[in-house]
Design a protein around this ligand. Sequence first.
Ligand code: CAA
Length: 263
Amino acid sequence: MEFILYEVKDMVATITINRPKALNALNSQVLEELDATLDAVDLNTVRCLILTGAGDKSFVAGADIGEMSTLTKAEGEAFGKKGNDVFRKLETFPIPVIAAINGFALGGGCEISMSCDIRICSENAVFGQPEAGLGITPGFGGTQRLARVVSVGMAKQLIYTARNIKADEAYRIGLVNAVYPAEELIPQAEKLAVTIAKNAPIAVRNCKKAINDGLQTDMDSALVIEEKLFGDCFETEDQKAGMGNFLEKDKEKKLKVVPFKNC
Ligand code: CAA
């Protein structure tokens, strides 16, 4: 891998997009390496992912403008699909993904963060969808996900104006959950990831699936999705251990670590 770093610690894996000379811009090779990295995550041991960018200036400064500049209509569509496919893999990844946004998150950078379950950022983070100023639409899911994460009106305003916003405004509109001084961002992301990783793994996966799948459908169908995934938990050792511990009032007992099953 030339542009992706991968590290595992305490049941938490960190993926770092490592192309700092281009502010971690996403060219085809970065997208392909990210795709392969996700395929290689060992879901028997890793319970939460952190996604960040190399360096202290940029998370991801967007799709690679140099690569896009000469694309034809068909190639543009194919490039959009390439990004969309990887980002969708991230969004539907079985375990939670935290975006630790350490600087510029523009265009494809804002879009990849929105494919993650949780976004936290450093004080120097900058968000935006500058595409309309470049003569294109957001092409890696921005027209769809921004309106689902913040209000429709705010998403339209940000996309039509191509205006960048700073971390405090991103927090105010609900694009990120928290803002930290730069040096605290990764420790805070790791702390959050470890907190998630300590909970019952199959239950956490089922929560993600229930929320994601439920949001794609009407409430009646969504509640059926929840009921199925809730029911599935009663076949797990974690449910027996977790409830057993509560009933025994044994606060010291931790949830038993069991191998994942496919869910
Ligand atoms: N694509 C390719 N290269 C990029 C890049 C991008 N998106 N963003 C930055 N770079 C490169 C620059 O070309 C420069 O390379 P060189 O040193 O070889 O010239 C290097 O990164 C450093 O960038 P700057 O010198 O511009 O750094 P700066 O601090 O002056 O500015 C910035 C930082 C404001 C982020 C500026 O680089 C910038 O505006 N970048 C483009 C942001 C953007 O428009 N992103 C959206 C892309 S379109 C998209 O993402 C479409 C989609 O939805 C799929």
